[in-house]
Ligand binder design. Structure first.
Ligand code: NDP
Length: 324
């Protein structure tokens, strides 16, 4: 097992989050049992923070992996930090708690450590959760007042079903809308957004840091989204500048981009189900990037968003029309 303890980031509600977690969104087709084995291996390697969601379709296996490692005595429940998410079809205030209860039932856990609003956009409830990639099925937009949903999130925290609450894919104006709620009881502890050197989120990061909101960077390795290929977007891990910096430190490009984030205070949740790469992605606390290297990496920003949900650009709450 890894001897390096996870660095913890304090959250505004007094809890804390390991700065490095394992992403669990695996693009299908699913291999049954693969996620269970990956989560078990990750815990052996030293991961304690897991990022999941009901909509990923493998939350049951994430729960099974965690429970197996609790049962065999490797970890206790309180050692694990699990993040779940309210999907768009559950954003209406009447469904938020149901979403959390569904997640808990799927995981077979009594509470989650963090529950976040997945997107600020609501969709009319539908049986299939995932948004179809083509126009074959109609999705119906629902303009939910996410402040009302936030009040239900707060009540879930008060009920002890979740330790901390936060948001994901909110732009700074949407965050501000929540922060300015007259009846706000708990502010979001985090905003989970796409973040990597090609989309470094500099302005959003500053905004979050000023407001004591942790920025959690998803797709920190540039994801394996088909958008990379179909739109001919440059592939982050092939960047020659990052590769050269890695060679200097005897680190891989993946390790450089993850180190870059933790060094600027961004929590990261790289996904890998490959034990070798899972291990590699944790070996980022034994080297430091110089100020000059950090500046060079900042200079690589191209505002490339690999995950942009273009099919929802007409949604009134689409978050990516604003600069940040
Ligand atoms: P990542 O940027 O984490 O990239 C994952 C890809 O990189 C996989 O194909 C993985 O393959 C590969 N990989 C992992 N480690 C290495 C390495 N060291 N060297 C080379 N390749 C590597 O993409 P994700 O989009 O999965 O983002 C991470 C997590 O963020 C998700 O799993 C999910 O939990 C969360 N997320 C949240 C979103 C939100 O809306 N809130 C949206 C998107 C993601 P392999 O498994 O074979 O190692």
């Amino acid at each position: 097992m890894s001897s390096v303890p996870d660095r913890l980031v304090p959250l505004s509600d007094g809890n804390s989050m390991p700065i490095l977690g394992l992403g669990t969104y695996a693009m299908g087709p699913f291999v049954k049992g693969e996620t269970v084995e990956a989560v078990k291996a990750a815990i052996e390697i030293g991961y304690r923070h897991f990022d999941g969601a009901l909509v990923y379709g493998n939350e049951d296996e994430v729960g099974e992996g965690i429970r197996a490692k609790i049962a065999d005595g490797t970890v206790k429940r309180e050692d694990i930090f699990y993040t779940g998410k309210v999907w768009m079809t559950y954003l209406s205030p009447s469904l938020v708690r149901k979403a959390l209860e569904k997640t808990l039932k799927t995981l077979q856990l009594d509470y989650v450590d963090l529950f976040i609003i997945h997107w600020p956009m609501g969709l009319k409830p539908r049986e299939k959760l995932w948004i179809p990639k083509d126009a074959s099925e109609k999705i119906v937009i629902e303009d939910v007042d996410f402040c009302e949903s936030w009040l239900v999130m707060e009540s879930c925290k008060d009920a002890g079903l979740v330790r901390s609450i936060g948001v994901s894919n909110f732009n700074h104006k949407q965050l501000e809308t929540i922060l300015k709620m007259p009846n706000l009881k708990y502010k979001p502890v985090c905003n989970q957004v796409e973040c990597h050197p090609y989309l470094n989120q500099d302005k959003l990061l500053k905004y979050c840091q000023c407001n004591n909101i942790v920025l959690v960077g998803y797709s920190p390795l540039g994801t394996n989204s088909p958008n990379n290929v179909s739109r001919k977007s440059p592939i982050l891990l092939n960047d020659p500048v990052l590769k050269k910096i890695g060679e200097k430190h005897r680190k891989t490009t993946a390790q450089v981009v993850l180190r870059y984030q933790v060094q600027r205070g961004v929590a990261v949740i790289p996904k890998s189900f490959n034990p070798g790469r899972m291990k590699q992605n944790r070996e980022i606390f034994d080297f430091q990037l110089s100020d000059e290297e950090m500046e060079v990496i900042n200079g690589l920003n191209k505002n490339i968003r690999y995950i942009d949900l273009k099919m929802l650009t007409d949604h009134p709450k689409y978050p990516f029309r604003d600069e940040y």
